[in-house]
Design a protein. Structure first.
Length: 139
């Protein structure tokens, strides 16, 4: 199965691609949010080009596991995208993924504005990789 992983933020959406056969998630893009219509066009283009069959969206939970306002916002946004793209959506706990994405980005020596933007796509890849790893063989 092929997936698009999304890290939904207020200003940007990090996007990653994953394939259950390869068992690998790769950061692919960062969409700067403008309108739902523009976001949808960009995500639809990516979903089509990667032949995605499912969305995996990071769910920003509080450290105690509860859902806050950011989780509700991300859920509503992702459900709207999933309906429009006619793709099933799975929500995956994204706690600490930004820290892991930051660690990976800094390990490459990247710094500055470009690396901060890339961080969203890397976070999407971390979320998606965690999800795929939890699914065993992916079959």
């Amino acid at each position: 199965m092929k997936f698009l992983g999304l890290d939904v933020g207020d200003r940007r959406v990090g996007v990653a691609f994953g394939d259950s056969e390869l068992r690998l998630a790769t950061p692919v893009d960062v969409i700067v949010r403008s309108s739902i219509e523009a976001d949808l066009r960009a995500l639809e283009k990516l979903a089509r080009s990667y032949d995605a069959a499912q969305l995996v969206v990071g769910l920003p939970r509080n450290m105690d596991g509860t859902r806050g306002a950011q989780a509700e916002s991300a859920t509503a946004y992702a459900e709207q995208i999933a309906r429009a793209l006619h793709l099933p959506v799975v929500f995956w706990d994204e706690r600490l993924t930004t820290m892991e994405a930051t660690r990976r980005t800094h390990a490459t020596g990247a710094r500055g504005k470009k690396s901060r933007r890339a961080l969203d796509a890397i976070a999407a890849a971390v979320i998606l990789q965690d999800y795929m790893d939890s699914q065993g063989s992916g079959e």
